[in-house]
Structures are given as C-alpha cells and as structure tokens.
Write a protein that binds this ligand. Sequence first.
Ligand code: SAM
Length: 231
Amino acid sequence: MSLGIELSVEQLEKFEVYLNELTRWNSQFNLTAIKPPDEIEIKHFADSLTLVSGFDSLGLENSIRVIDIGTGAGFPGLPLKIALPQISLALLESNFKKTGFLRHIVKRLGLENVTIVYGRAEALALSPDYRESFNIVVSRAVASLNTLAELCLPFCRIGGLFIAPKKGEISGEIALAAGALEKLGGSLASVVPVKLAGLDDNRCIVVIRKISPTPARYPRRPGVPGKNPLK
Ligand code: SAM
C-alpha cells in the first residue's frame, strides 16, 4: 500500500500482532466479517490509515486528543495510534464484548494514552469529560453522515475536525447531511478522494470542521439520531 506514511519495523510488528490477535479472537467472538489476512491489511489497516491525510491541517503536536466513535475492533482508531503514537486516543464502543478485545489488544501492543470507553455516543457526549473535548473525532461504518454528525460533532472542540471515511457515491449523503451539520455546529471542509490497492470503490474521507458549539439539546436520546436523522 502507498499512503505516504513511513512505518518503522516496530510499528509493522505491532500491525502483525494486531492481525494475529484479531484473527484469533475473531474465531470465538465474531469481531469482524473481514477474515482473510490480506483483506484485513487493506480493508481495515490501510483504510484506517487513509485518515492521516485529514489530520494534516491540525498538525500533530503531542497534546492532540482523538476519539473514535463506534470503534468495533479498533477501526480506524488503533491503526492511527500505531502510526501516530503521539496522539492521545479514546475508543468508544457500545458493545461490551468488543471492549474486551480492545482492552486486550491495547495492553498486548503496549500502547500508552489509550482510553477505552464503554457506552453509547448519545449518552457519553453529555458528559463534561468528553463533550467538546477532542481535536479530532473519527468514525467509520457506524451510520450515514446525517446520523453520524449528531453522534460525533458534540465530542469535537471548536476549530477541531470530524473525519469519516466513506465509499461509493457520497454527494447525495453529504447533501442530506447539510441541515444536520448546520444545526450541530459543523461545516464541510473537504472531501478527499483516496485509493486503496486493488480496490476501485470510490473511497474518500469527508472532513468537517467544528465552527460553533453544538446546542445542548444534541445529541438526542440513544437511538433517536439513527431513527429520525436531523434534516
Ligand atoms: N468502526 C468499526 C469498523 O469500521 O470496523 C466498527 C464498525 S461496526 C459496523 C459499528 C460499531 O459501532 C459497532 O461495533 C457498534 O457496536 C458501534 N455503535 C453503533 N452505534 C453506536 C453508538 N450509538 N455508540 C457507540 N457505539 C456504537
């Protein structure tokens, strides 16, 4: 893969351990539908790392705080942490079984400054520990952009970024999310096309800048952003 990221031997070894542990746990817990090792490398690891290009505009100083909403088995958050060890990372996940794997893999990889947060984004976004506390919010394969914006933007600091990898035709999804972005304090900054080796499926990363505070009434109750997306 060529993503403009240079990984050291130590970082590549961490990816190998991650691959092996994910495969081992997957046989018992069904953490991901993608099982062949070469597909895990491309569709999980490389796909997660495409987000690095969206981080560029904020710089990568030590204090940068990143949260991954609905991280599942750690995507895209953990590949980003392996590639950019200086970030401080929170992994938020509402499935307890998956948080068990996350605790295991973070320890096994010896990663520092990683917090695993169990619960629903709609509830945790109301906590002062998390609300408008992160420079960058990432989320992959959790919901369409209108719903996702309500789950993610409340966590983002003013001036920070919410970055989501997407594939397929994205312009309709972006148009549908325009009202939600405006209500939640977000503004579309860019849509960056990305290409993964051997895949021709119109991938991109959508970068949204937080330009004003999210009103206290958002996010709505758990489940509501998905059932009745903001317009
Ligand atoms: N982001 C991972 C990836 O790309 O492989 C996992 C994607 S999986 C399809 C969606 C994950 O989001 C699930 O693990 C689910 O439990 C979690 N999730 C869905 N809604 C959530 C919410 N409201 N708060 C926290 N986690 C949520």
